[in-house]
Design a binder for this molecule. Structure first.
Ligand code: ZN
Length: 55
């Protein structure tokens, strides 16, 4: 099951992969900011979506 973390502000995909990651760990990689829109993100702002790969 693929796992994706999206910026709640611009919808940019901050992480996409098969391995389940903690959103807080992903945030550390980007210093808590979206690399696309620069919005500061907190764990609570994240919308986690887990969807089947095939459509
Ligand atoms: Zn963003």
């Amino acid at each position: 099951m693929p796992f994706e973390i999206l910026c709640d502000n611009c919808g940019n995909s901050l992480y996409s992969g098969i391995d389940l990651k903690y959103a807080s760990n992903i945030l550390k990689l980007y210093n808590g900011r979206c690399k696309r829109c620069g919005e500061f993100l907190s764990y609570r702002d994240f919308v986690l979506e887990i969807e089947p790969l095939e459509k």
